[in-house]
Design a protein around this ligand. Structure first.
Ligand code: UD1
Length: 436
């Protein structure tokens, strides 16, 4: 049985959408609970498949997890395990985030090596070389990363070739328990890295330079869970996804509980395209006025235009008058959505890392398959703006990162339902009895 979203497009959307807590902030925060035994409390946590995977991993390591209304509680007092099995890592690459905390606290870890990914090679060499710099011995055995530092980690200078979000997070978590001073150069500056650093500070760590590309950590011998519950920051990618809606469907929307300061570049670019966007405190209001203008978009680490919004802005650009150029600089295969968008009538040419989008076109509803998380969001946007009915398959990707998407969109007047598709048993040479 496969689930799909059935969307009847072509209706303008109007109303308010609450923004959820950020997936990419809650995952490292949960991994950080491994650094010190005790009870951690979180609020504004998103109910997502990736969060369930991370909680399952923590439970396997010996943590106790409980959700009480708004509060998510994680007790790591009896954690003894040091292994992240392949079965969980293959579901979610961010499981690699337990590597740093486990080696730092227990002196050893065994974490399945993530494989390739639908959006590109996504190596983990920065994580491993960085841990080696901190004194860990790393071996790859039978598809697992074995990391050892029986006598603890020692501070060092780490320089990344390009800023990596999860590698910065992993090494930040390792460095807070290392002896002495660690410098991370060309560090990632994403708000989620800053959020993790602030959590570590609330646990007693000394960290300077958060939000810059040069982070300095003064290691300490022990940390404690933060005293106050931690509020997960708003999901800037979810917010950015919904901000594009008025340009695709017409209408006007207001995002609630957003953090406009984390969306400066996307907001600037959407305004250039002709969307009217106003920020007021935690509210973001968007509507489209007149025809959209084409854009040149180049994805880059924060504060550049996020790769996690590349697929979504491509849908918006199908509605702009003229040629848009969208260059993907982070993940070499992150263009799988192009092929599905073309099936919906989009005119997009691919030239190596650049997609050239010709607009405006009237998109047409179609049956499409999502290849990854952000591609699935892009197909939902396209279907909402398209004429007729679309069916979107591959919802396991969408559910990893978008909380209650159908409910949020329905509240704006979208015609969207989740349905179950009973796979028909094929008869004949390809049927169940067939021999291959
Ligand atoms: C994180 C986000 C993901 C987002 C991405 C880029 C989480 C859980 N995921 O992923 O949603 O799309 O940032 O904003 O926060 N690289 C290497 N070697 C490494 C690590 C990275 O070459 O060891 C390269 C990558 O292939 C990529 C670039 O560095 O080209 C940046 O990727 P990175 O920031 O590491 O992405 P993630 O942390 O995996």
């Amino acid at each position: 049985m496969r689930e799909y979203l059935e969307i009847e497009g072509g209706y303008p959307l109007r109303g308010e959408i609450p923004v959820s807590g950020a997936k990419n902030a809650v995952l490292p925060a949960l991994a950080a609970t491994l650094l010190a035994p005790g009870t951690y409390r979180f609020t504004n946590w998103p109910r997502l498949l990736d969060l369930c995977t991370m909680l399952e991993l923590l439970e396997r390591l010996g943590a106790r997890v409980e959700s009480r209304g708004e509060i998510l509680e994680v007790d790591t007092s009896s954690v003894e395990g040091v292994e992240a099995p392949y079965e969980l890592v293959r579901r979610m690459r961010a499981s690699i985030l337990v590597l740093g905390p486990l080696v730092a606290r227990f002196g050893r870890a065994r974490v399945a090596l993530p494989g390739g990914c639908p959006i590109g090679k996504r190596p983990v060499d920065f994580h491993l070389r960085g841990l080696e710099r901190l004194g860990a011995r790393i071996e790859i055995r039978h598809g697992y990363i074995l990391a050892r530092a029986e006598r603890g980690l020692s501070g060092a200078e780490i320089v990344f070739n390009v800023p990596s979000v999860t590698a910065t997070e992993n090494l930040l978590m390792a460095a807070v328990l290392a002896r002495g001073r660690t410098e991370i150069r060309n560090a990632a500056r994403e708000p989620e890295v800053v959020f993790l650093g602030e959590m570590l500070r609330a646990m007693g760590a000394r960290i300077e330079g958060l939000g810059t590309d040069h982070i300095v950590v003064y290691g300490c011998s022990g940390l404690e869970p933060p005293r106050e519950p931690l509020r997960i920051i708003p999901d800037r990618i979810e917010a950015g996804t919904y901000l594009m809606l008025p340009g695709i469907t017409g209408g006007e929307i207001t995002l609630l509980a957003a953090e406009p300061r984390h969306l400066e570049t996307p907001i600037l670019r959407l305004r250039e395209a002709g969307l009217e966007i106003e920020a007021e405190g935690q509210r973001l209001y968007a509507r489209a006025r007149g025809p959209l203008a084409p854009l040149e978009i180049v994805t880059a680490p924060y504060p550049g235009f996020p790769t996690d919004l590349q697929a979504q802005i491509m849908v918006l650009m199908t509605q702009a008058r003229g040629l848009s150029f969208i260059t993907e600089n982070l993940f070499e295969k992150r263009f799988q959505h192009v092929f599905e968008l073309r099936r919906m009538g989009a005119e997009i040419d691919l030239d190596d890392r650049t997609a050239v989008v010709r607009g405006p076109v009237r998109l047409q509803g179609a049956e499409v398959e999502a290849s990854d998380l952000r591609a699935s969001a892009c197909l939902v946007l396209a279907a909402l703006g398209a004429e007729g009915i679309s069916r979107i398959y591959g919802l396991e990707h969408l559910d990893r990162g978008y909380e209650r998407m159908e409910a949020k969109l329905s509240a704006l007047g979208a015609r969207i339902v989740r349905k179950t598709h009973e796979e028909r048993e094929t008869l004949g040479p390809c049927g169940p009895g067939a021999r291959g």
